[in-house]
Design a protein around this ligand. Structure first.
Ligand code: FEC
Length: 308
């Protein structure tokens, strides 16, 4: 049998239960414990989406589907999940890969757009683990895949389906707002590609679907004193409401699964704000383990495996 190859599939991670929220939040903050009020606020958001985020299960469904697709032609791949902020942490997963004798792997973060603060941090966590574990696994990291044709195809299909939720009359004046997680504005001073890549994905999807009216907004900005990238989705809603634009399809291009930032920040918070403003807001369905999206992940891994 030919040599076994691994995929290190990296995702954000999620607290398993409400009692794990404080530890999870502390990890996100690089070890600085948040205030008890901030922890309570976050717990409440998890309670509002049913007590738990579906991110963990969805990530595993994506991993299983990816492994099945990769092994369609040749039984050589094993897909490993490593999380950035919750178990199984990237480090534990790399230790497992070492134990299993994996020698070559593709490292892929489930975030299509590169920022030093997102994908860069996933890669850094993996590289640090490789050093600490003294592993010689050769991992080729994918830095971004925001313009991969199959990813754009899957996203465009989601937008087309989303448009069908509106009446033909509403569709004539509808605006699509593409969104992604905000980051602190200081990333601009590093010439970070994140904002450019987000606009490139949005533009490409808009062209494929033939959208004439679209905007881009950030969402889920942190509550810290430093400025975060804008415009914020909630401000855009206000602006559109003031201008009399009353139909809006939100497409979170920066996320590839249902989780807190989608289910709370868009489906509950933004939707409530939209209702107050008399706006009909719908959201495109998340990519999750949609076969078209899994086909995109498969192609990205295969294309990257050539450089291993
Ligand atoms: O469903 C879940 O349980 C987890 C959902 C989740 C995803 C996610 C993705 C991204 N984040 C990004 C950046 C930041 C920065 C900070 C930050 C903070 C949080 C907090 C929660 C959280 N994030 Fe997240 N993020 C998710 C969840 N994120 C919870 C805690 C703060 C709060 O919401 O009240 C600020 C860190 C700090 O304070 O120092 C920065 C980026 C992404 C998209 C890329 C990716 O998925 O990796 C960027 C999913």
């Amino acid at each position: 049998m030919s040599e076994r190859w691994g995929v290190l599939l990296m995702a954000y991670g999620s607290p398993e239960k409400i009692d794990d929220v404080a530890a999870y939040f502390t990890h996100i903050r690089g070890g600085r414990p948040p205030s008890p009020e901030a922890v309570e606020d976050l717990k409440e958001r998890y309670r509002r989406i049913g007590g738990r985020s579906p991110l963990f299960e969805i990530t595993y469904r994506q991993a299983r589907a990816l492994e099945d697709h990769l092994n369609d032609s040749e039984e050589r791949w094993r897909v490993y999940v490593g999380m950035r902020h919750a178990p199984p942490f990237i480090r534990e997963t790399i230790a497992q890969m070492k134990n299993d004798g994996v020698q070559r792997a593709v490292g892929l973060a489930l975030a299509p757009h590169y920022s030093r603060m997102s994908v860069g941090a996933y890669i850094e966590a993996a590289q640090q683990a490789l050093r600490e574990i003294q592993s010689s696994i050769q991992i080729g990291f994918v830095e971004s895949w925001h313009l991969h044709s199959l990813f754009l195809k899957a996203l465009s299909e989601r937008v087309r389906l989303g448009l069908e939720r509106f009446s033909p009359q509403e569709r004539r004046q509808l605006i699509v707002v593409f969104t992604a997680h905000s980051l602190p504005e200081r990333i601009l001073s590093w010439n970070d590609p994140y904002p450019r890549q987000l606009l490139e994905t949005s533009q490409a999807v808009a062209e494929r679907v033939g959208l004439t009216q679209w905007r881009f907004a950030y969402q889920s900005a942190g509550h810290t004193p430093e400025p975060w990238l804008g415009p914020d989705l909630l401000d855009i809603l206000k602006e559109l409401g003031d201008e009399g634009d009353k139909t809006l399809l939100v497409c979170p291009v920066g996320f590839v699964a249902d989780h807190l930032e989608v289910l709370y920040d868009i489906d509950l918070e933004a939707r409530r704000r939209a209702e107050e403003l008399g706006i009909h807001l719908e959201r495109t369905e998340s990519l999750n383990d949609d076969p078209q999206f899994v086909a995109a992940l498969t192609a990205i891994v295969r294309e990257h495996s050539h450089i291993l």
